[in-house]
Design a protein. Structure first.
Lengths: 307, 544, 307
C-alpha cells in the first residue's frame, strides 16, 4: 500500500515549493510532513484518488497494458462507425480506434498537465512566496515581472508563441509554465502576506526567529494551502487548455496522440458521432477529478489548524 | 422583452442605414423561418474584406462578392455554363489575337449617374497597373504592352500609362498585348478589369469609403465589422437585374457561427458551408442545400528547389506517392462528399474546354503496391520521412492531411508521413514564397476565370505567379506559349493538354481533388444558384 | 497612500514596456506578413516593397517599435492591412468586449462567491458535493466544447435563444457567451471561496463572534465573508484583464466582434499594429485592475497598510 500511494505524494508535495528547501532542516520539518502522511493514510478520498492517479500514470507510461492496437492504425472504411467487436468505443473520423487513442492519449495529456502544473507551481510558489515574505524591492521586482507575463492573455500568447516554436510537447509545457506561474505567484504572495500578519508569526519574529526558520516553520505550511488549491485546479485547466490550443491549430501535433487533439477534432462532429467526443472528454474529466480530490486531501492534511 | 430591446437597436441602425434596408439587421431569434430583412431584402453570409475595394486590389472572396454585385465588366460569366458573354462591351474583336478593339454599349451609367465610357476602363486599368498604386492584382495587366514601364520589377515606373491602351472615341478603345493571347477576351470578366467613375480619381478617399460602380446593386451603407447593405441600382441596364429588393451582407466571425444562424433562420443565404457541417446540412436545411462542382482544385506540391526532390529519379517517387493516396475514400468520408477525386490539374467546370477525365491515368488510382514499387525504384522517400505542411488557422486542412498521411503510412509503414501544421496562413505563405519548405506542402487554386490557361500558366510555367514548387520545364513553357497564341480554340485546348501531359510525367504537383461549391438557404428563399466561382448569384435570388 | 499609488503608477511603465515589447517581438518573429496579402499568388516585389514601406516593415526592428510608440503618444495606433485605422477598430471592439467581460465578471463573482460560501459553510454535505462536482465538470470541459454544445442545444435544437449575438451586443444576448467565458474562472472562484470560508470558519474571531451571540447572518457577512474574500479578490482582479483579452474562442463562437476576436485576426494576419494596439490597452486595464485589487486589500484587511 505505501508503495502504491507514494508516487502521487511525491508529485504533489513539491508543489508547495518546499520539499527541496526542507531537506536541511529535516529534523524540524519532519513532524509536519509525517503528521500529514499519517492523516492521509486514513483518508478514503486520498486513497481513492491516489489509486486512480497511479492507474492513470501507469497507463500513461505503459499504454500497451490495456490496449493492444496502434493509435496510428486507421482505416477510412471505418470512419465514424460506432462500437464494434474489439472496438468498444467505436471509430473516429479518420477511422482510428477511439479506445486505443483514448488510452494512448493519456501520456501526452497527463505529461502536459503534471509537468506544466509542477513547473508553474514551483516557479510561481517560490517567486511569489519570496516576494510576499521579503517585501520591499524583492516584492516590487518579482511582482512586476509577474505582471509582464500575466498581462498577456493566455490564448493570445499561445497563438503567437506556439505559432513561432511549433507545437511539440515541450514547447506546450514551456508555454503554459511561462504564462501560468504569475497566477500561482500572486496567490502565494497574497497568502504569505496574510500569514505574515498573523499573531503567531509576529510573535515568532519578536522572539528573534531567523528568516529561513520563520519561512519554513511558520509561513510556508500556512501559505501552502491556497497554492495547492490553485495548482490542482490549474492542472485540470492545463489539460483542457491543451485541447483549446489544438482547436486553435497551434497545440500538439501528430504523431503525438492526446485527448486534446481528439477532443478538438471531435468538437465539430459531436452531433453525428458523440462517441468521438465522449470518451476522450470523459478520460480528461476523470483525470481532473482525481487530481483535484488528491489536492483537497493533501491540503487538509497539511493544514495544522485542522488537527 | 426581446422584441423591445431589439426594436430599439434596429431604430439606431435605421439612423445609419436607409430605412428601407435597415431592418435587415434585426430579426427575432426564435421565430422560425422568417429571417431578418423584411420586404424582400436578402441577408447573406459575409466577412470583412481584407483590402480596399479598388477593383485591381481585391483578391479574396469577401471583397470579390461586393465587386461582382456593384460592377458590370466588359464580359460576364454565365452562372450555369461558366462561358463568358458580353456585358458592358458591345463587341470585342481581333484579327491577330494580339490587337483587340473593344466597343462599349452606349447609354451605360454608374450608379451616381456618370456615363460609362472608354475612359472609365482605360483609366481604371492604368491605375491598377501603376506600381506606385500598390494594387495586389496589378499582374493581371501584365499582358498589355507598356506594363513593364508602369510596373518595373524594381525601382520607380518610367511611365504613368500603358502604351498598349488607346482610347479611340468615347465608346471605343484598343488594347495591344505583348504577345498573342487568344483567350484574352475570356479573362475580361474578372474583377481587376472593372471600370471606375471619375470620382474614383477626383475624391479617392470618399470612393474607397463608399464605392460607386455600374453593376446590379449599389451600396447604401457599410459598417465595418457588421455588414453592408445594397439595393438595386436604378441605372443598371444589363441582363442581371435584381430579382429582390436588396441584399444585406452580414459579417460573421466564423462560418460555424453563421451556419448556426442559417439553421436557426436568422440568415437567408450562406455559401461555403463549413466542412464539418456538410454531414448535417442536408437534414438541417431540409434539402435547401447546394453541392455542385466549382473551379477549385486542391493539390500538394513538392519543393523542387530542394535537391533531394529534384533528382533524375525523383519523378518516380512523386508519381508513386500520388498512387498511395486513396482519393475516393478520403473524399467520401472525411471530406463528406463535397469534393471529387481529381483526374487532372484543371477543373470539371471547364468541361470540353480543357478538363480531362483520364489525364492522371494510373497515377490517379489508389494502388499501394504499385506506388510503393515506384517509390523504391525512384530511390525511396528522401530522408525516409515525409511531412505535409499546411496552415492550421482556417479550413479543414488538418482533416484531409491526416487522412492522406494515414493512407500513405499504410503502404510505407507507420510514422513515415506526418502533417506539419503552420500556425497562421501568413507564416505559411511566407515560408512557401521564400522557399523554406522541405517536404510536401498544401497548394490549391481557385480559378480567376474559367479557362484552362488559368489552371496551367500561373501555376506551372517557369516564372508563373503561383509556381510555388518552382518546377521548371522548357518544353512546358513553350507549349503553353503556343497554346496562348492559337486562335482556334479546339487546337488551343489540345496544345494545353499536351503541356499538361508533361505534368503527368514529372508530377511536380499531385492533384488531390476538386472542391465543390456548397451553399444553404432559408425556407422563403428561391432561385439560389452558385456561379463557377462558388459565389451565389445574388441578383437572381427571390424572397417571399 | 498617495505616495504608494504614485509609486505603483510609475512601476507600471516598465511592465507596460515589457509586455508590449514581448508581444511585438513575438508577432514580428512569426515572419513577413506581406506574402499572405497576395493570397495564393507570389508577392509582386514592387508592390510588396511599397506595402512594407507603408507599414514601416522595411525598417530595423527597434525603429519599428520606437516609431509605433511614438505614434501611440500622438494618438495614432497605426493602420490595419485593410486600410482601417487601428483606433477605429478598437473603438468598435472595446465597447462590445467591455460588455461581455463585465457580464462574465458579474456572473463569475456573484455565482462563484455565492456557491463557494454555501459550499464552505456546509462542507461535506450534499450541497457542497454537488457544487464541487459542478466546478469539476466545468474545469474539465474545454471552453470551445462548452460553447459549441450550449450554442447548438439552446440556440438551434431547442431554439430558446438566438444562437449568435447580434451586432451591438445587447445585454440579454450576452448572458450565454458571458457564462461560457466565465465558466473556468467561476469554478476557480467557487473553490477559492470555499477553501477560504472553511478555513476562516475555524478562526478565533469567528468563534468569538458566535460566542458573543451575534446573529449568524451578521457573523457570515461582516466577519467571515469579509476576511475570506482576500484571495478571491486577488483572483477576480487579475482575471478581469484575462476575461477581456481571453475571449478569443467565445467571441468567435458567438459572433462577437470584440477584442479577443480582433486580436486573433491580427495574429493570423501577423499585423503587429493591431495586436500591439489592443494589447497596449489590455495591459493598462490589467495593471489598473491590479492596483485596485491591492488597494482593496487595505479595505478588506485593515492590518495591511500601504506607506
Amino acid at each position: 500500500m505505501p508503495e502504491l500511494t507514494k508516487t502521487p505524494v511525491e508529485t504533489e508535495v513539491p508543489e508547495t515549493g518546499a520539499l527541496a528547501a526542507a531537506e536541511p532542516v529535516r529534523e524540524k520539518a519532519r513532524s509536519l510532513w509525517q503528521d500529514a502522511w499519517r492523516d492521509l493514510r486514513r483518508n478514503p478520498v486520498f486513497i481513492i484518488s491516489g489509486l486512480l492517479i497511479t492507474f492513470l500514470v501507469v497507463i500513461a507510461i505503459w499504454p500497451g497494458l490495456i490496449a493492444s492496437g496502434d493509435p496510428g492504425d486507421c482505416d477510412l472504411a471505418h470512419s465514424l462507425q460506432g462500437s464494434a467487436a474489439g472496438h468498444p468505443f467505436g471509430f473516429d473520423q479518420q477511422g482510428c480506434d477511439v479506445y486505443t487513442r483514448t488510452v494512448f492519449g493519456a501520456r501526452a495529456s497527463i505529461t502536459v498537465g503534471v509537468l506544466a502544473t509542477l513547473g508553474s507551481a514551483v516557479l510561481g510558489g517560490v517567486l511569489g512566496g519570496l516576494a510576499g515574505f521579503f517585501g520591499g524591492w524583492w516584492d516590487t521586482l518579482l511582482s512586476r515581472l509577474a505582471d509582464v507575463f500575466f498581462g498577456i492573455p493566455i490564448l493570445l500568447g499561445g497563438l503567437v508563441f506556439l505559432s513561432l516554436v511549433g507545437g511539440s510537447l515541450w514547447s506546450v509545457i514551456t508555454f503554459i509554465v511561462l504564462l501560468g506561474w504569475p497566477q500561482v505567484a500572486r496567490i502565494a504572495r497574497g497568502a504569505v502576506v496574510t500569514v505574515k500578519q498573523q499573531d503567531y508569526v509576529q510573535a515568532a519574529r519578536a522572539l528573534g526567529a531567523g528568516s529561513t526558520r520563520m519561512m519554513l516553520r511558520h509561513v510556508l505550511p500556512n501559505a501552502v494551502a491556497p497554492v495547492i488549491v490553485v495548482s490542482t485546479i490549474a492542472l485540470g485547466t492545463y489539460i483542457s487548455l491543451e485541447a483549446t490550443l489544438s482547436f486553435l491549430g497551434v497545440g500538439l501535433r501528430p504523431p503525438t496522440v492526446s485527448w486534446g487533439i481528439d477532443i478538438s477534432s471531435a468538437s465539430s462532429s459531436f452531433r453525428n458521432a458523440p462517441h468521438m467526443l465522449l470518451y476522450p472528454a470523459g478520460a480528461l474529466s476523470i483525470t481532473v477529478l482525481a487530481f483535484i480530490l488528491l489536492g483537497d486531501a493533501v491540503r487538509d492534511a497539511l493544514d495544522p489548524k485542522l488537527r | 422583452m426581446r422584441g423591445a430591446t431589439q426594436a430599439k437597436w434596429v431604430m439606431a441602425a435605421a439612423a445609419v442605414a436607409l430605412a428601407a434596408t435597415a431592418c435587415g439587421s434585426g430579426g427575432g431569434g426564435s421565430s422560425s423561418g422568417s429571417a431578418s430583412g423584411g420586404g424582400g431584402v436578402v441577408t447573406a453570409f459575409w466577412g470583412d474584406p481584407q483590402t480596399t475595394l479598388e477593383p485591381a486590389n481585391v483578391n479574396e472572396v469577401n471583397g470579390g462578392k461586393v465587386l461582382d454585385m456593384i460592377f458590370q465588366g466588359l464580359q460576364e460569366y454565365d452562372a450555369k455554363t461558366g462561358k463568358a458573354r458580353l456585358a458592358a462591351a458591345e463587341s470585342i474583336t481581333t484579327t491577330d489575337a494580339q490587337n483587340y478593339t473593344i466597343k462599349l454599349k452606349s447609354g451605360l451609367k454608374f450608379s451616381d449617374g456618370e456615363p460609362v465610357n472608354a475612359a472609365s476602363f482605360v483609366d481604371a486599368w492604368n491605375y491598377g497597373a501603376l506600381s506606385t498604386n500598390a494594387q495586389l492584382n496589378s499582374s493581371f495587366f501584365g499582358y498589355i504592352e507598356g506594363y513593364d514601364k508602369v510596373h518595373p520589377d524594381a525601382g520607380k515606373p518610367s511611365a504613368k500609362t500603358m502604351s498598349g491602351l488607346k482610347k479611340v472615341d468615347d465608346l471605343t478603345f484598343t488594347v495591344k498585348l505583348t504577345q498573342k493571347f487568344s483567350t484574352f477576351p475570356d479573362t475580361l470578366g474578372y474583377s481587376a478589369y472593372y471600370p471606375v467613375p471619375a470620382k474614383f480619381f477626383t475624391d479617392h478617399a470618399a470612393w474607397v469609403k463608399n464605392p460607386v460602380g455600374n453593376g446590379t446593386y449599389k451600396i447604401t451603407s457599410w459598417t465595418k465589422g457588421q455588414g453592408m447593405s445594397l439595393v438595386p441600382n436604378p441605372e443598371y441596364q444589363g441582363d442581371m437585374k435584381a430579382q429582390n429588393k436588396g441584399v444585406d451582407l452580414k459579417v460573421y466571425t466564423s462560418d460555424e457561427t453563421a451556419y448556426q444562424d442559417l439553421v436557426a433562420g436568422n440568415l437567408d443565404v450562406m455559401d461555403q458551408l463549413p466542412a464539418t457541417q456538410t454531414n448535417n446540412a442536408q437534414s438541417d436545411l431540409q434539402g435547401r442545400y447546394i453541392n455542385q462542382p466549382a473551379g477549385i482544385v486542391q493539390t500538394v506540391s513538392f519543393p523542387l528547389y530542394k535537391k533531394d526532390w529534384n533528382t533524375a529519379q525523383a519523378a518516380k517517387v512523386r508519381q508513386g506517392l500520388s498512387m498511395l493516396i486513396d482519393r475516393p475514400s478520403i473524399t467520401k468520408t472525411v471530406l463528406a462528399g463535397t469534393y471529387t477525386p481529381a483526374t487532372d490539374w484543371t477543373s470539371p467546370v471547364l468541361g470540353e474546354a480543357g478538363y480531362s477525365k483520364d489525364m492522371l491515368g494510373e497515377f490517379g488510382t489508389y494502388d499501394p503496391a504499385k506506388g510503393k514499387q515506384l517509390i523504391e525504384e525512384g530511390g525511396g522517400i528522401p530522408g525516409g520521412k515525409l511531412t505535409i505542411s499546411y496552415n492550421a488557422d482556417r479550413g479543414n486542412h488538418k482533416l484531409w492531411v491526416d487522412a492522406v498521411c494515414n493512407t500513405i503510412n499504410k503502404a510505407l509503414g507507420g510514422g513515415t508521413c506526418v502533417g506539419n501544421p503552420v500556425g497562421t496562413f501568413a507564416s505559411f505563405r511566407d515560408q512557401v514564397t521564400s522557399k523554406q519548405m522541405t517536404g510536401l506542402f498544401r497548394t490549391g487554386w481557385q480559378m480567376d476565370y474559367p479557362t484552362v490557361q488559368d489552371f496551367l500558366e500561373p501555376l506551372y510555367t517557369t516564372n508563373g505567379s503561383s509556381n510555388d514548387g518552382k518546377w521548371s520545364n522548357k518544353e512546358f513553357d513553350k507549349l503553353v506559349g503556343e497554346a496562348n497564341a492559337e486562335t482556334d480554340s479546339a487546337k488551343a485546348v489540345a496544345t494545353y493538354q499536351q503541356a499538361e501531359k508533361l505534368l503527368v510525367q514529372e508530377m511536380p504537383v499531385i492533384p488531390l481533388w476538386y472542391q465543390n461549391a456548397t451553399a444553404g438557404y432559408g425556407a422563403n428563399i428561391g432561385n439560389v444558384q452558385l456561379n463557377p466561382f462558388s459565389v451565389p448569384v445574388y441578383s437572381q435570388i427571390t424572397k417571399k | 497612500m498617495g505616495r504608494y499609488v504614485l509609486r505603483r503608477l510609475l512601476q507600471m511603465i516598465p511592465v507596460f514596456i515589457g509586455t508590449t515589447l514581448l508581444i511585438f517581438l513575438m508577432v514580428h518573429a512569426l515572419g513577413d506578413p506581406i506574402a499572405a496579402r497576395f493570397g495564393d499568388k507570389a508577392p509582386d516585389p514592387v508592390v510588396a516593397a511599397q506595402i512594407r514601406a507603408e507599414f514601416n516593415l522595411d525598417k530595423p526592428l527597434w525603429l519599428q517599435y520606437v516609431l509605433y510608440f511614438k505614434g501611440i503618444f500622438t494618438g495614432d495606433f497605426g493602420t490595419a492591412f485593410t486600410g482601417e485605422p487601428v483606433i477605429d477598430l478598437m473603438a468598435r471592439s472595446w465597447p462590445v468586449t467591455l460588455k461581455l467581460g463585465l457580464t462574465a465578471f458579474v456572473i463569475e463573482a456573484v455565482v462563484g462567491i455565492a456557491l463557494g460560501l454555501v459550499s464552505g459553510l456546509r462542507r461535506g454535505r450534499l450541497t457542497d458535493t454537488v457544487a464541487m462536482a459542478f466546478t469539476l465538470i466545468v474545469i474539465s470541459i474545454p471552453v470551445f466544447v462548452l460553447g459549441f454544445t450550449l450554442q447548438y442545444l439552446l440556440g438551434v435544437k431547442w431554439a430558446v435563444i438566438r444562437p449568435t449575438v447580434s451586432y451591438g451586443a445587447p445585454l440579454n444576448e450576452l448572458i450565454l457567451p458571458g457564462l461560457v467565458l466565465a465558466s473556468v474562472s467561476l469554478a476557480y472562484v467557487t473553490r477559492l471561496t470555499r477553501t477560504s470560508v472553511a478555513e476562516n470558519l475555524r478562526a478565533d474571531y469567528v468563534r468569538t463572534a458566535v460566542a458573543k451571540g451575534l446573529p449568524r447572518r451578521r457573523v457570515v457577512t461582516q466577519h467571515l465573508l469579509r476576511n475570506s474574500l482576500i484571495p478571491v479578490v486577488t483572483f477576480l482582479g487579475t482575471d478581469l484583464g484575462a476575461l477581456m483579452g481571453g475571449a478569443l474562442v467565445t467571441e468567435t463562437i458567438f459572433n462577437i466582434q470584440g477584442v479577443g476576436y480582433n486580436l486573433m485576426q491580427g495574429v493570423r494576419r501577423q499585423e503587429s499594429a493591431t495586436v500591439v494596439g489592443f494589447v497596449t490597452v489590455l495591459v493598462i486595464v490589467y495593471l489598473v485592475a491590479n492596483l485596485l485589487v491591492d488597494l482593496l486589500y487595505a479595505v478588506l484587511d485593515p492590518r495591511i497598510r500601504y506607506a
